[in-house]
Design a protein around this ligand. Sequence first.
Ligand SMILES: Cc1cc2nc3c(=O)[nH]c(=O)nc-3n(C[C@H](O)[C@H](O)[C@H](O)COP(=O)(O)OP(=O)(O)OC[C@H]3O[C@@H](n4cnc5c(N)ncnc54)[C@H](O)[C@@H]3O)c2cc1C
Length: 437
Amino acid sequence: MRNGLLASDTRLNQTSYYEASVTRGAGWPALNGAYKADVAVVGGGFAGLCAAIELRQRGYSVVLLEADRLCSGASGRNGGQTIVGYASGQGPFEAQLGEADARRAWDMSLEAIHVLDGHIQRFGIACDRVNGYLYVADSPAKAKALLEDMADTERRYGFKAQVASGADVARFIDSPLYQAAAYDTTSGHLHPLKYGLGLAQAAQGLGVQLFECSPVTALQPGAPAVLRTAQGEVQATQVVLAGNCMLPEFGPQVAPAIAPRIMPVGTYIIGTEPLSPELCARLIPSNAAVCDNNFVLDYFRFSADHRLLFGGRVSYTTRTPGNLKEIMRRRMVQVFPVLQNVKVEFVWGGFVDISMNRAPDFGRLGSNVYYLQGFSGHGVALTALAGKLVAEAVAGDSERFDVFARLKHHNFPGGPLLRTPTLALGMLWHRLMDVVR
Ligand SMILES: Cc1cc2nc3c(=O)[nH]c(=O)nc-3n(C[C@H](O)[C@H](O)[C@H](O)COP(=O)(O)OP(=O)(O)OC[C@H]3O[C@@H](n4cnc5c(N)ncnc54)[C@H](O)[C@@H]3O)c2cc1C
């Protein structure tokens, strides 16, 4: 069941490698009838599930409503890269909040990884977790920028990565493309759908009431707030909205005020046939996840069964680019020419919820409705932190949540009809810069 965005292009709905490598089982029922809870969570991706777990651990009764299957959105489709920091970099935090709170935000991005690993360990989630992350640059100008960024992050925040340039890059990756690399042992990767379904089992085990195929179509504010689906309703003292860019699709009337602050941007991944373990160890000896520093970036890693999962290529128009598999295969072969004759067995995509400044957008509508959005392609680890912060806020300690809530966000220009074409034009310029720099 998909409407709006994803149904606009069925190619996005091809079975992902992740869906092909898990067994979902029968799933959870749709909401039917009237329920009451301390907290209702809208959205069953990482953000909603992590919030539900954290809330339940603090003793709240929680109902979670998912429009489709749990983790059928970005959380079950992503690159699996668990990354320190924010898509925006530290810029918006430093400029808007000052040095002390920018430092807290940085530290919280490190905490995000610990919270995620805490869930994996506590709930015994088998999700092919690997440590190690490699940033790479594919031109002299971008190599300079990468090395300067790393030096700056070390100087300001004490975060160290091993850096390499020129021929030394081959220690980290066997590709003719890259002129600099930085290896970080804190970030890493995992199988996102195994992680997400593990979170769902954990939430159920703690007593969260989970419902699938239950789009929330209306939210009546008040104490309690009332959430409505086609066949049921939930009365809740507090509400957490974690619907990503699908929220306005499934429930246009639920929270129209926050929708214009994020933009759905399509990003795509191909998955090869399994390669030999020896070849994988030669191409990326540390088995790190890799990401370049282009504006439209390539991100890739090996799966536990030795497939290269290669992501990149974005669409700012919500339409899947034509000839996607071949375009992405060619880019993969530029990175690793040895993969010229390797079969591509999977191609899929999803939408990231980017905010205008690429910083996360957390906040409140009234006094008892919280929202978590704007992860901007950096949400695998950050959603674990977001779940914890919103639970702290619901429990009455909003100090850390408010570090994020104080960040100012702007609507994308153009209104519902024009903002996508306007953004597409703007992004063309950045894409051009990736090519010429
Ligand atoms: C292809 C791709 C690659 C990515 N790669 C990475 C990566 O490598 N590293 C990284 O850190 N991040 C990455 N991201 C981003 C990351 O996946 C997201 O930031 C993160 O999963 C967001 O989680 P979420 O719970 O906010 O959203 P989602 O997982 O999208 O969950 C939102 C859920 O809410 C449901 N929903 C919406 N509206 C309603 C409603 N009205 N009623 C009920 N339910 C509703 C949706 O059906 C959906 O399941 C990637 C994203 C994509 C698409």
